[in-house]
Structures are given as C-alpha cells and as structure tokens.
Design a protein around this ligand. Sequence first.
Ligand code: EPS
Length: 359
Amino acid sequence: MSDNTFGKNLRFTSFGESHGSTIGCVLDGFPPGMAITTDEIKLELLRRATGKSRHTSQRKEKDDVKIVSGVFEGVTTGHPIGLIIENTDARSKDYTDIAEKIRPGHADYSYWKKYGVRDYRGGGRSSARETTMRVAAGAMAKKWLRLNYDVNIVAWLSQIGDIHLQASDLSVIDDNPFFCAEPEQVPHLEQFMDKLRKSGDSVGARISACATNVPAGLGEPVYGKLDAEIASAMMSINATKGVEIGAGFASVAQNGSVHRDEIVDSRFLSNHAGGILAGVSTGQDILVHTAFKPTSSLRIPGKSMDIHGNNVEVVTKGRHDPCVGIRAAPIVEAMLALVIMDHIMRHSAQINSGKTTQS
Ligand code: EPS
C-alpha cells in the first residue's frame, strides 16, 4: 500500500515529481485562526532552494507557492490546507542518455525493482524537489509552534566529509551557503566544495537540529514515541542514512553514570538524552542529528546495469548537488516542526481532554 502521508492529528500528504507540472501538499488538521501569507512560506522555501550559490544544483525554480485552500482572508480556517508549486525549470532532456540506465546508489534501482516503471526524468518522485512541500508546510508549523509555545527550531551543518563544524554562533547560519554555525570555517568550506565540484564527485553531510521550549510530556508510548517519530520523519528525507537523538551512538561507549542526566534543584545538569526519555519529551532541548549520504548522480563514470540487464557505464549529466546535505537544514527544521506540532495536538487530545479525575 503506497504511503505519501505522515502525522496523526496534523496530517501531511505530498504529491508530485521533479519534472512533473506541479508539486503540492495537503496539510489536514491545522488549527483555525492563524494568519499566514505566501510571502512567509516563500522565505523558508528560499532558504532551501537550489541555484542560490555555486555549491548546489543550478536548477533555478521560482518556488512561487500558491495557497489553494484552507486559508480565508489570510487566516487558516481549520479545513485542509492545499499548497502547490509549479515546476518551471525542469530539463528532462539531460536524462535521455540514462533513460534505460540505472545510476548506482540511486533510487533508480529500487524504484524500478518495485514499480517496474522507470520515470527517468530527474529523480522523479524520489527527487529532493519533493522537499519543497515539506518546507512549505513546515513554515506553517514553525510559525504555529512559535506563536503558541515559543518553540524555536534551528538546524545547521555540523559535518561535511571529514570536516567537523562547531555550533559556535547559530545566528549566522543564514549568512552563508552552508548553514554553517562556525563562521571562521566558511572560507575553508568554499575551497572544499570548489575542489569537490571540479572533481565531479560528491560527499555526505551531517545536519544537527535543536528545538527549544518544547513542552514536557510529548510522545505516545509505546509505538508513537517522540524519538521514534522524529527518526522516521528524518529518515523519510531523501538521502538520509542515519539519525541520532542526543548522544545517539556515542551512548554505546558511555557509562550510565555519565550518560544519565542528573537533576539538581529540579534542573537537568546535562542533556545526553536529547530532550527525550522513554519516548517522551522532558522539556529539555530536543537534539537530533541526521546523516546524509553523498549524492549518487555523478559525472564520474560508474559501473552499473541497464533495464535489460546489460553491464553499462553510467555518467550523469544535469544540474546536481555535490552535497545534498548543505541545503538540508531547512528540511530538517520543517520535519521536526511538523512532528512536534502533531505531537502537541495528539497529547492535548488525550491528556486533560475530559473532566474525570481520580476519586
Ligand atoms: C535532484 C536533481 C536536480 C536538483 C533537484 C534534486 O534536479 P533535476 O531533477 O532537474 O535533475 O536540482 O532539486 C531541486 C530541483 C530542488 O528544488 O530541490 C534529485 O535528483 O534529487
């Protein structure tokens, strides 16, 4: 059974492909009464867009989002919110040479095995183009969380290749093309990416995210744990290969006496848990790290097969990201916002929803 929807009380569904006429989403369950404009959504879309620097795909999409339902006189109505964006700069002819060839490491192989149909135009449904809709819906969730709970969500580049980056100043992430929070490293990143692009190769990246002021008590044990649903949301983003919450895999090497977050005067002394204990938020910052693999559409020839089973060499033309992770921070923020908002709505639907008390 196909599945293009996530969320329970706030349900997000997307449709569309990289080279189709339009991509869009429906956000159902959004509470009524919040003011929203296309300009506000566009600000977030611009943060994610291709073609902003020489370090990303040079496809230039306007990403002019239209609100087609669920907003009347600038305010959400409580009805399904429909958002669409027209694709205006797809160049399907770039893919003619690989119409029957499978890019190694790409959804080309698994989608073809699954569906038996090959949409060779760009990444088709598997393309990062789909993430525009997550970011558009996430812009609304981020605003709602900020207005109602003062929740702030920020994501930044914490590693690219073997370059580790500190979160020394989160206020500068939108001032450079990498969402880098360590400004002194930006010239180094520019050089690194220039060299990589010239080589025709690609590289992976790690995006870290923090959500502050998240209320304690979110998460639905035992199959709707907050960390499980955050991990699921992050793993649904294109090219993700791993998610860590708090100390994540480093917990393996920690002793319990170190890992536990001790409490003094009702305050936690550390945050190895990443703000979530037993799948339920503690009120501490939620900390999430997501690994993005190196992009598989490369100019460097690679051994593969065609759809007839012949051995072939594959070279990908077109306008590709040498590191898809460097524009993933807004997508991670959007997914985190949508999951947290859904969980606030789910929590309030159960807890204190009736008048019964213990007696
Ligand atoms: C992508 C390939 C490139 C990127 C695209 C993601 O596009 P095309 O399908 O035309 O080759 O430019 O990203 C976007 C257009 C976007 O807005 O994110 C891919 O294969 O994932």
